[in-house]
Design a protein around this ligand. Structure first.
Ligand SMILES: [Mg+2]
Length: 390
């Protein structure tokens, strides 16, 4: 079997990323969405979404590459290759884009292509992706509602109660106004804890840009980060996420040593070399590769082995379309110690429409791992055509 095409497909929507002031649901990236479609000469097709700056990614995949290795575009590197050799091909793509790639948009595109190849490989084997990766012993994964901070304690309480009523046993609030006013931050987290009761999990994602959205655009100090963890711990947070600049591995390790609450991070990282540094450096209690950014399933599976050896949990970052959630579900199902899957409750019309709402929450607070051959969720191609930018 040979790869015959790699197509970046850019979708345009009419909503924008917004953290609501009140209890109403937030919205994820509703303005642009990049999909990647890999096709083969045997008719098997893989789809992945990709969380990146779509305009740059289009050029990384489809642009005119240069003749020198390291400056190639991904399409030229991939066409004609065997889709069943994802791990070997990964290195060709990494080296082939190494001058402009390695991190950022190019590795995000490599991630999407790699996911497509794993999907095709499962289809070729006639099994589900999870079965291909390791015969999962579970058929469903406990899901956490993943959303943005609301601006007032009342709105936080109301929003959290809404997730409880829907059946969620775990909720993560992130970004939004968090960081602008430390006293209000604690009131917001306290309100969420009140609404969730003592037994449900609450996770906090403070953001790493500094003081929320408004700057000052510099890292919090080490002492500030330690103080932040100490202030959040009384609310029994399951983890505090991705709140230190992703380059500051040593800060992560030091804050973790002093934090009374567990730390989670990894969504900004790519390649096994970055994750090895994070895990070997004892930086986190929970590692969170995002399958559309980390280098794809090929890298995430290597991260899973490292996490298992280190005795820490892996919970993939997954806040995009149901394609990413489905890839994440299969990965979690294949882990030695499956814990949680992130469930994007803030999907925009554009994000949700890609798979037509294929995945939903079960009454026990879990999401079922897609059954059937390959990825197990279908792209709504009529929706894609209707929103496609040409
Ligand atoms: Mg996060």
């Amino acid at each position: 079997m040979r790869i015959t095409n790699v197509e970046p497909i850019l979708l345009r929507g009419e909503q924008s990323y917004v953290a609501t002031a009140g209890a109403a649901e937030a919205t994820d990236n509703g303005d642009w969405q990049l999909l990647v479609k890999v096709t083969t000469d045997e008719g098997l097709v893989g789809w992945s979404d990709c969380e990146t700056l779509a305009s740059v990614a289009m050029a990384c995949i489809n642009g005119p590459g240069m003749s020198v290795l390291g400056f190639r575009c991904l399409k030229d590197l991939v066409i004609g290759e065997d889709p069943l050799e994802a791990e070997q091909l990964w290195h060709k793509l990494y080296i082939g884009t190494s001058y402009f790639g390695r991190r950022g948009a190019a590795i995000h595109c490599i991630s999407a292509i790699d996911n497509c190849l794993w999907s095709i490989r499962a289809q070729a084997a006639g099994v589900s992706l999870g079965e291909l990766m390791g015969r999962p012993k579970i058929d469903r994964v406990r899901a956490y509602a993943s959303t943005l901070f609301r601006e007032t304690p009342d709105a936080m309480f109301e929003a959290a109660r809404h997730y409880v009523e829907r059946g969620f046993k775990a909720v993560k609030f992130g970004w939004g106004v968090f960081g602008e006013d430390p006293a209000r931050d604690l009131e917001l987290v306290a309100a969420a804890r009140d609404a969730l009761g003592p037994d449900r999990d609450l996770m906090v994602d403070p953001g790493w840009y500094g003081a929320g959205w408004k700057g000052p655009w510099r890292p919090r100090t080490l002492d500030d980060n330690i103080a932040l963890c100490q202030s959040l711990a009384p609310y029994r947070v399951r983890w505090i996420e991705d709140f230190i600049h992703p380059e500051l591995f040593d800060d992560y390790a030091e804050v973790r040593r002093q934090s009374p609450a567990p730390l989670a991070a990894g969504e900004q990282l790519a390649t096994i070399w970055d994750f090895k540094r994070l895990i070997d450096g004892r930086c986190v209690d929970v590692v969170q590769p995002d399958l559309t950014r980390c280098g794809g399933l090929t890298v995430a599976r290597q991260v899973a082995d490292l996490a298992d050896d280190a005795g820490i949990d892996l919970v993939p970052h997954s806040w995009l379309t149901d394609l990413l959630t489905a890839y994440s579900l299969h990965l979690v199902g294949s882990l030695a110690r499956p814990v949680l899957v992130e469930f994007n409750v803030s999907q925009s019309a554009l994000t949700r429409g890609v798979c037509g709402g294929a995945l939903s929450l079960n009454s026990d607070g879990t999401v079922t791992i897609p059954r059937g051959v390959g990825l197990g969720v279908q792209v709504d191609e009529a929706f894609v055509e209707a929103h496609r930018v040409r």
